[in-house]
Write a protein that binds this ligand. Structure first.
Ligand code: ADP
Length: 313
């Protein structure tokens, strides 16, 4: 491919409000926290940033509100080189917000208010049809309405566009069409929730993989944290080792993985190579603090990936 791969990301855009405190308040209790920071996040936006830094030509399809966060969320994406013509403003709505409370012990509680993300509609998908039809890969997650995600799958399918679904957060109900994708990349708990198979043994892991294929996914990549990724094309499955990393913050490893695999798979069509690249992106992300700040650039990911070969020499 003699141009950067075109990746369309349809998904959530949030402001993460991270409050640090000594101890999480109990119900009914008021306590004084130590500090707070506002960090641009949301699974869709995180994956868009991951894909852009990994070398993709990325277009974001999503919604922000008309509050004070909206301009900052949009400006943040633009500063990453992401096209935002399809990031629309929802009047009378707040932007998506995640309040993250972290206590000294590291324990945290998160409340997500979908805000404008919940307004991303089937009509928005129709409006962005030309972008979806002309991209190399459509990248999806589940922080926006399922009906919107399945509408996007429909449009991409008809146009022969490859689809990757990161099924996070795991859906409570799973419409059949949702798994009609070229690649699904759940983590262990999402794969267990969707397949209904607890995955304590390798045997169960393989059963879950088969179930995801049976429900429509052509390829399955279950991410297993520091154990790497289990990749399957329906005929054969193999473990792809993680790149060893000193983990300081594992928050958005899956987002780094999804953005990176989209770019690499679009570029060279070899999914195993793309998984190795995405594992390196995940390893880089866990070794850095913060979700979007922890997304590696192309050079950083390649160096991380190639460090395995060097260490093995
Ligand atoms: P999620 O963040 O969705 O739970 P995972 O924790 O499975 O996803 O991480 C995604 C990928 O990031 C893994 O497949 C792996 O390649 C990489 N990764 C995650 N944690 C580590 C770790 N501690 N060391 C090295 N790589 C990791």
């Amino acid at each position: 491919m003699d141009r950067p791969p075109r990746i369309a990301v349809l998904g959530s855009i949030n402001m993460d409000l991270v409050v640090r405190c000594g101890r999480l308040p109990r119900p009914g209790e008021t306590s004084i926290a130590e500090s707070h920071v506002e960090i641009c996040g949301g699974k869709g936006a995180n994956q868009a940033v991951a894909a852009a830094r990994a070398g993709g030509d990325v277009t974001m399809i999503g919604r922000v509100g008309d509050d004070a966060f909206a301009d900052r969320l949009r400006a943040n994406l633009i500063s990453e080189g992401i096209h935002c013509e399809w990031v629309q403003t929802t009047s009378g709505s707040a932007s998506g917000l995640a309040t993250v409370w972290v206590e000294q012990s590291g324990q945290n509680s998160i409340l997500v208010v979908p805000g404008a993300n919940a307004k991303l509609s089937v009509a928005d998908v129709r409006a962005a049809k030309s972008v979806i039809e002309s991209c190399d890969i459509l990248l999806l997650q589940l922080e926006v309405p399922l009906v919107t995600v399945t509408a996007a799958i429909d449009v991409a399918r008809r146009a022969g566009v490859r689809i990757i679904l990161d099924p996070a957060p795991a859906p409570i109900e799973c419409p059949t069409k949702l798994l009609d994708v070229d690649l699904i990349c759940p983590n262990e708990s999402e794969a267990a929730a969707i397949s209904g198979i607890a995955m304590d043994t390798n045997d169960e892991l393989n059963r879950a993989v088969r179930e995801l294929h049976r429900r429509g996914a052509s390829h399955v990549a279950i991410t297993l944290g520091e154990r790497g990724t289990l990749l399957s094309d329906g005929e054969t499955s193999q473990f792809v080792d993680a790149v060893p990393a000193k983990a300081v913050d594992t928050t958005a490893a899956g987002d780094a993985f999804a953005g990176a695999i989209a770019v690499h798979w679009a570029e060279n069509n070899r999914l195993l190579d793309a998984v190795q690249f995405a594992n390196a992106a995940g390893a880089w992300a866990v070794s850095r603090k913060g979700a979007q700040p922890g997304m590696g650039t192309r050079i950083e990911i390649e160096k991380t990936r190639d460090s395995i070969a060097k260490n093995g020499e």
